[in-house]
Ligand binder design. Sequence first.
Ligand code: FMN
Length: 343
Amino acid sequence: MTMDRTGMASRKLRHIDACLHGPVEYETVTTGFENYRLPYNALTQTNLGTVDLSTGFLGSQLRAPVLIGAMTGGAELSRTINRNLAEAAQKLGVGMMLGSQRIMLDDPDGTVAASFSIRDLAPDVLLIGNIGLAQLSDDVAPKIAAALDRIGADALAVHINPLQEAMQASGDTDFSGSLERLRRLADDLPYPILLKEVGHGIGSAAAERLRDLSIAAVDVAGAGGTSWARVEQLVRYGEVRYPAVAEWGVPTAQALTEVRATLPNMPLVASGGIRTGVDAAKALMLGADVVALARPLLAPAIESPAAALDALHGFVEELRVCLHGCGAADLPALRRLSLTPRG
Ligand SMILES: Cc1cc2nc3c(=O)[nH]c(=O)nc-3n(C[C@H](O)[C@H](O)[C@H](O)COP(=O)(O)O)c2cc1C
């Protein structure tokens, strides 16, 4: 597909507009976390103020097991969003994923790189760049490495999104050979790769194909939160014309369980509809190493650095309360507890 920088930037803005104002969340599919009850312990021996949420992920130390989900880059508004989120990430010691850097791959004068540049505000943050697998050409590794070098990223998230692309006007719909391109990129790129979906879920069928690839982590990005098949239909038709496919995907809790069973030692991100600290605690107990959330941070990130910080801080503190109420002083203690399925 050929699309110039202006086209890509304006599509990004239409996505943002739909995510702010449209009915973009799944209506019938839920994450599945509601099927579990968080254990409550009235005789907890923890002190809320010293509950330790710290964890290592992709070689970085995080103060909480949370990543800002991949959202944007390329347009002026994207710069505001990324910089406001970066400030919050630095203050809270959580990680951050950027939106697709495809627009940076053909940016000889560095004009669009500015919207991804946050290292001055967030020198210590685990920073993860982003590219779509559908758009990878065979020889793209050096260009991607240059784009990651330029913004000081620590790793690359590669998104796989066949359903989103199929719903998008002029989307990239030929995924044949994509597994081989992923293998080559993982071998050639001098950065760790995190493989992610965009909200329709990586389940066991996809995880099976990753067994012998040099992938550093997987973000299941399951169904139950933002449906990108809905977003693309709203942008394309002004309505959800095909509701059945918009409600299609592997629910996040199921995706997490399936990928954990298939790849027992793979570092895992749980995302897709993670909305509360309770969701996060359940995801961590079901095998996630960290959680990520995207759309809930969009409006606060547009509003101001303080609003972005407030939203993220509230989420992290709710998670801290969950550990306290479960009787877990830290994440290893939380993971030793079992999650009760609702009767
Ligand atoms: C405004 C917006 C833009 C997004 N852009 C990207 C992107 O460029 N690359 C990507 O991998 N995912 C992108 N996503 C998908 C998210 O990273 C995430 O996987 C998905 O929205 C599900 O999480 P949520 O339910 O917390 O929103 C975007 C999400 C939003 C809300």
